[in-house]
Design a protein around this ligand. Structure first.
Ligand code: NAD
Length: 397
């Protein structure tokens, strides 16, 4: 099959197995070039559970753990298997490529494909850890999902991306129609806020940690982190202070609850604040494609542009495995400073105020945004022959 991108709105509905494998290989090579073990100030992870392991920040965390520190990794993801006629999802192909590269280097890699919010997968993961790893010393929580089924009640909750308190009118860029236009987002009602907290808040992270601990598979002094985006004024009305931001605040509550509930184990639980990047999750958020196209422009000019792998390699070496990492008053780690510092934000704000339909492509780095968007699905990657006939059916073992 010759595979070309099929873009529908803010998502690409297919993926390229060879391109995804190349993208995973590029991230592995980056981590290998970083001398990660030497940079870390304390002993790195050995047995790692990555919840949301197949794309974006979770995949970068898995790659850093395995190829930076030589850790064994168990991953959890929710991806679609390919068939003869239809490609699998990018996360499927990324996972297959990760397995292949890990096994080639003698690194343990196992992945469970299923609903991380369910108790069934938690129990299956516990069983696997007991059998293969004994205990885990690092648990990464990197899920991004539009819905969650509550394992206690069976009720399905849906997350909403809306402002809180009052409506908000702002510029946005429609990637489908190539149009900069104003959008008005109506404020969320209380039910929408509560449902978003149920999906993207800390309840499931806490549930994972409590169940793992009760089963005796969390090691003494283990670490866990969940990822957040806090951002600044330009994105606060739609992110930081909106429904998703309130859900993310609930991660802070969960971090404290985890530390308390796992006291005997001396577990450290920190929320890690990361920079805005093109991922499948962020491209679905209104305003984000415009904001990210502008920060790419500014940060590339400043020489501070980073992708998921650079952010996560930095998080591991300067926060998670540093002797005395800096945290804020909520006990969070921060990796987004190169984006959110005042000088950079002022440049982004100046572009934001100026940007119109006519000058969008000149003022922004949409070309860079679009290139990275295609990369997420294994397209537009250097060294891949996109005219070649490829077998979409790829499996992992
Ligand atoms: P992503 O869409 O690339 O990855 C999401 C992962 O979650 C995938 O591995 C997917 O398979 C998995 N997943 C989703 N639903 C699942 C389910 N029900 N069961 C099992 N696995 C499931 O997203 P991302 O952008 O890497 O986001 C990861 C985290 O990082 C999120 O919490 C997000 O809020 C946070 N974050 C993202 C950004 C950004 O700009 N992208 C910035 C800061 C923080």
């Amino acid at each position: 099959m010759v595979i070309k991108p099929k873009i529908r709105g803010f998502i690409c509905t297919n993926a390229h197995p060879v391109g995804c494998a190349k993208s995973v290989e590029n991230q592995i090579n980056y981590v290998k070039s970083q001398n990660v073990k030497a940079k870390a100030e304390i002993e790195g992870p050995k047995n790692v559970l990555v919840i949301g392991c197949s794309t974006g920040y979770g995949l970068a965390s898995r790659i850093t753990s395995a190829f930076g520190f030589g850790a064994k990794t168990l991953g959890i993801c929710f991806e679609k298997e390919p068939s003869e006629r239809k490609t699998g999802t990018a996360g499927w192909y990324n996972t297959a490529a990760f397995h292949e590269q890990a096994k080639a280097e003698g690194l343990y890699a196992e992945t469970m494909n299923g609903d991380a919010f369910s108790d069934e997968i938690k129990k299956a993961a516990i069983k696997k850890i007991k059998k293969d790893l004994g205990q885990v010393d690092l648990i990464i929580y990197s899920l991004a999902s539009p819905r969650r089924t509550d394992p206690d009640t069976g009720e399905v909750y849906k997350s909403t991306l809306k402002p809180v308190g009052q409506g908000y009118t702002t510029k946005t860029y429609d990637t489908d129609k190539d149009k900069v236009h104003d959008i008005t987002l109506e404020p969320a009602n209380q039910d929408e806020i509560d449902q978003t907290v149920k999906v993207m808040g800390g309840e499931d992270w806490e549930r994972w940690m409590v169940m793992l601990n009760e089963a005796g598979v969390v090691s003494e002094n283990a670490k866990t982190t969940a990822y957040t985006y806090i951002g600044k004024e330009l994105t606060w009305p739609i992110y930081g202070q909106a429904t998703i931001g309130l859900a993310k605040e609930d991660l802070d509550r969960a971090a404290t609850a985890i530390i308390d509930k796992l006291k005997g184990k001396n577990v450290s639980a920190n929320v890690s604040s990361l920079k805005a990047l093109v991922t499948q999750a962020s491209s679905a958020i209104p305003v984000m494609p415009l904001y990210i196209s502008l920060i790419y422009k500014v940060m590339k000019e400043e020489g501070t542009h980073e992708g998921c792998i650079e952010q996560i390699e930095g998080l591991f070496t300067s926060c998670l495995y540093a002797k005395a990492p800096a945290t804020d008053d909520m006990n969070r780690y921060h990796m987004e400073g190169k984006e959110t510092n005042d000088a950079t934000q002022a440049k982004i704000k100046a572009l934001w105020d100026k940007v119109t339909q006519d000058n969008f492509h000149e003022l922004s780095d949409y070309a860079g945004y679009h290139h990275e968007f295609l990369n997420l699905f294994g397209f537009d990657i250097q060294g891949v022959d996109y005219e070649a006939d490829v077998n979409p059916v790829v499996d992992w073992s």
